[in-house]
Write a protein that binds this ligand. Sequence first.
Ligand SMILES: [Zn+2]
Length: 235
Amino acid sequence: MEEILDLVVASRTLAEHGVIDAYGHASIRSPSNPQRFHMPRNVAPELVTEADILELDLDSEPIDAKGAAPYNERFIHGEIYKARPEVMAIVHNHSHAVVPFSCTDHELKPIFHMSAFVGLGIPTWDIRDAQKGTDMLVRTRELGAHLAKKLGAHPAVLMRGHGSTVVAENLPRAVGRAIYLDLNARMQSQAMMLAGPGGRVAYMDESEVAANVAWQNYERAWRLWKTRVLAQLRK
Ligand SMILES: [Zn+2]
């Protein structure tokens, strides 16, 4: 199935960009059954093949695990698919550049045209608001639902001291957003350092954000990423 192959492309592309390390994951809602989703079994994303992709229900339980262990944090995906019927793809990642924004009062703002969606607002979820003394991972449906509530209608949510979760209406958009969220965080940190305390940094304004977000699907980038991964798989 083309969609399953695309999920392999997404996993390997995110790994190649350093957005997901051995621990992040991408998923898609099933094109044939909105009550199910697909994500890889517990394996490093840059090694994922079509044979590793599992089907799960919206309680994040595998339909047939085929003897494979699912990811501990699969509840992030199931609970967001429940809460957001229009969301078709999700990327959860531990991108290093965004973490400082999750644990300071500095908000992520849209600094670069390719990451205009940041201007739609990115809330920060603190797992302590849901449960004290966790190992920071979203290991239960309850924690997943709490995170989904903080995400609300936004395109992404930061997770304090952990990473972020990015959503979209299609997979190329979710992958593009995850990659450019990381780049936005890096550029914003650099601009803030250059500007110094209280210095000026010019961000995209609301009208620029609206004009960009309407069409930005990262389609050209997706075609490039897919070509690269298919060549890799043929080797
Ligand atoms: Zn995580």
